[in-house]
Design a binder for this molecule. Structure first.
Ligand SMILES: NC(=O)c1ccc[n+]([C@@H]2O[C@H](COP(=O)([O-])OP(=O)(O)OC[C@H]3O[C@@H](n4cnc5c(N)ncnc54)[C@H](OP(=O)(O)O)[C@@H]3O)[C@@H](O)[C@H]2O)c1
Length: 293
């Protein structure tokens, strides 16, 4: 896809600049799908990664028809330790060079920490921490050699706010935001930009997958954003090499107060709906937890 294409018009022919290539994880739905559409519309070819291959194939067709973008589909489960290496090998074997890496794939585990078995937590930690760091480690060196690249990590407002009880989601996103800041500093002056995008509540399949859609409907509309403005804010931020982007007025407001007010205060301001509805009730003492799980 990076090879130069020749376009003929009458007797003259001209060489078109190659389209930059963006690799988007979690492109089969939500924010990742929107990133793929946005980047294709803005002149990129794509490498689309997620587990649901049928959705990626449909997206490949859509971006081809609408924007003339070419796309490669890689169906991978990012909880598998070997997935990032397989993705990089597939990309390299096709002679492609990645200009934009959007580490977006993610989800949350419902319930109290002790209610989920270890395999569930291990998969979660792999997807939400190891996989994107490994992908970054695999693709950024070539960006540095070429003197240009963009890494956009889709983190969360949860990484900037006091964490609600119940899961490893906010801690994992804290790591993503913090590691993005650190990597950005490492790469200053190389031409490679790194930004953590920290959306708040966004209309995607995230809360359906988590199984809390009905509860989430009770949150006021001003707390929600569509995926498109989230994506646009993220792209503007990584072009400027902003360390962190918080999209949307409500989210900016929340992030500001979380930064300036003491933790003891902000931890009480987290809406009950977020900390209780998105998780289950605190583990009751009568509940038996099997430590071997
Ligand atoms: N929606 C929100 O309110 C919100 C707020 C803040 C941050 N975020 C973050 O935004 C990112 C995108 O989420 P979303 O809201 O767009 O949710 P979504 O609509 O559920 O999309 C999640 C994407 O991640 C992919 N994914 C999940 N597990 C995967 C795995 N094991 N291997 C490969 N791909 C996997 C899914 O693809 P497959 O199922 O096909 O694999 C899907 O494409 C996540 O990192 C999320 O934490 C979301």
């Amino acid at each position: 896809m990076n090879a130069k294409a020749t376009a003929s018009s009458g007797e003259t022919s001209r060489v078109q600049a190659p389209r930059p290539i963006a690799l988007v994880t979690g492109a089969s739905a939500g924010i990742g799908r929107e990133f793929a559409m946005f980047l294709a519309e803005n002149g990129h070819d794509l490498v689309l990664v997620a587990r649901r291959e049928d959705r990626l194939v449909e997206l490949k067709k859509t971006v081809g028809e609408r924007f003339g973008a070419r796309a490669m589909v890689i169906a991978e489960d990012l909880s598998h330790a070997a997935a990032p290496r397989r993705i990089a090998d597939t990309v390299r074997a096709s002679g492609l060079e990645i200009d934009v890496l959007v580490n977006n794939a993610g989800y949350a585990v419902k319930g109290n920490f002790l209610e989920a078995d270890w395999a569930t937590h291990a998969d979660f930690i792999a997807v939400m921490t190891t996989s994107w760091i490994h992908l970054t480690h695999l693709f950024v060196p070539a960006m540095v050699r070429r003197g240009h690249g963009r890494v956009l990590n889709v983190s969360s407002l949860a990484s900037l706010a006091p964490e609600p009880a119940g899961s490893l989601y906010a801690p994992a996103k804290c790591m993503m935001t913090s590691a993005s800041r650190a990597l950005r500093l490492d790469l200053l002056g190389t031409g490679v930009h790194v930004t953590a995008l920290c959306p708040g509540f966004t209309y995607t399949e995230f809360h359906d997958v988590l199984g809390v859609r009905e509860e989430m409907k009770k949150l006021p509309k001003y707390m929600w954003q569509e995926a498109r403005p989230v994506v646009e804010a993220g792209w503007r931020g990584v072009e400027r090499n902003d360390p962190v982007v918080v999209p949307g007025a409500f989210n900016k407001f929340a992030a500001f107060w979380c930064r300036v007010l003491p933790y003891a205060l902000t931890s009480r301001m987290i809406p009950k709906a977020v900390s209780e509805r998105a998780t289950s009730a605190p583990l009751s003492t009568s509940k038996k937890v099997d430590p071997s799980r």
